[in-house]
Design a protein around this ligand. Sequence first.
Ligand SMILES: Cc1ncc(COP(=O)(O)O)c(C=O)c1O
Length: 440
Amino acid sequence: MSAALKNLDAYWMPFTANRDFKKKPRVITGASGHYYTTSNGSKLYDTFSGLWTSGLGHCHPKIVEAVQKQVATLDYCMTFQVTNDKAVALAERVTAMAPEGMTQCFFTNSGSESVDTALKIALGYHRARGEGNRTRLIGRERGYHGVNFGGMSVGGMVPNRKVFSPNLIPGVDHIRHTQDLEHNAFTRGQPAWGAHLADDLERLCALHDGSNIAAVIVEPVAGSTGVLPPPVGYLERLREICDKHGILLIFDEVIAAFGRLARPFGAQRFGVIPDIITTAKWLTNGVIPMGAVLVRDSIYEAFMQGPEHMIELFHGYTYSGHPVAAAAGLATMEVYEEEGTFEQAGALEQHFEDLLHSFADHKHVIDVRNFGLMGAIEMAPREGAPGARGGEAHKKCFWDEHLVIRNGMDTLQFSPFLNSKPDEMQESFETIRRVLDTIE
Ligand SMILES: Cc1ncc(COP(=O)(O)O)c(C=O)c1O
């Protein structure tokens, strides 16, 4: 290991078991295409395309070139009362791919910021229309909407909320999640059972009165809590209930957008169009941090009142619409189009599904789930040691099998490259099976 990597003491790592990690650090120093290089020179296949970020593979030459050029041309400029050509072009490009009527794009730097921005837009929208009583926000159990206070509050991941419980924002409720192993275990794609679970929103409308609810936020396919595809008819039902009560529907598509579901947006795959869409990650292929919130024109228009010289939305980030990030985003969108990436992703779905579901017979496995190029293999927890099986699988893959996999406790999650080679995908799953066979 190089001298610079010897001492990790100063580095408090995010979402990491720091003490365990620092005993034997797993350090990546390079990447190309579908592979990482580690600090000791090993080459590892990446089964997760970054962290739901790098669907085109790492260091795509076209994106690298665009970033290099931009950083030497315009490295930064503020976007409050001034802007840059790349941010303008990216907003136009992304809204052109969006569902009809979603004509407005607000830039952020991450998924968490996109979510908090969307929640603030929803609250501001109702107030601007004289419905300032609509302040309640509804999330879903097992939802993940990032780690800022808004997203954490509407999110439904218990460990993320536990320590901050007294400080979560008020006026938030959750509808129930959609996972039910009794009815849906080992379903390929969307489960047939469970559309009625959306009626849980009616329960909250009855409790608070729908007229007090501002917005409902869900991931079209819950990702980080272990890939939970929506039951057939579920999202349609949510849309209906929102319309009935005048509630805005927000799809958090930080994972579902840009090809993961073989369409520009998950909403288009499901044929259910929300009022606001949050994105990040694949927007720049993970190369430069950036997020975007897409909004229906009617929402934007509601803000456009009062004196024209006044700011309509007191919200934004120093790096909203950063020119280098926007250049990366533009290059990413160009590659998606030139290489037919979304079609490539669609063509891989069946192979991916078959490989995942071949684990149905494994002794540790209690469920397999998939939709688009999102998949999960859930293992039973070892008695008295939840998370141990998943953690061991991750480490064995890394050290012994030259494979980067992601586990959330005992659920292995998969997010293959949108342009994966079918044989490499197959090899990676053969390796994972070998590893699971050795785990107690
Ligand atoms: C659906 C969803 N929303 C929000 C986020 C938060 O994104 P970030 O980590 O970029 O803040 C994530 C991250 O995985 C996500 O999956």
